[in-house]
Write a protein that binds this ligand. Sequence first.
Ligand SMILES: [Zn+2]
Length: 102
Amino acid sequence: MKIRKGDTVRVMKGKNRGKQGKVLHTYPKVGKVLVEGINEKIRHTRPRRQGQKGQRVTVYHPVPVANVMVICSSCGKGTRVGFERRDDKKIRVCKKCKKSFS
Ligand SMILES: [Zn+2]
C-alpha cells in the first residue's frame, strides 16, 4: 500500500470524484482506505428501549485505493507515489517533484 494514514487524497472515480480528504484508516488486506468526509452514509438506528430515540448516524465507508490519488504536500498536485532508498531506508517520494513524503 502506498497510501498511509494521515495522507491527503483525492477521489478520482465514482460518485465522490473530485472530493478531497484525509486518510483516517487503511485496510491493506482489502486494498481500501477510509477517507474523512468521503463516502458518507447515514445509518438510521431504531429505538431499542423505551424512552430511547431513533438516530441518524453518519458513518464513512472505505473506498478502493485504486480510486484515489495522493496529494503531495510539497507541490500540492495529485501524484503517484514512488519509493526511494535513502540512508538504507525506504522512503516514499512524490513522482512529480521527487520530494519525500513526511
Ligand atoms: Zn510533489
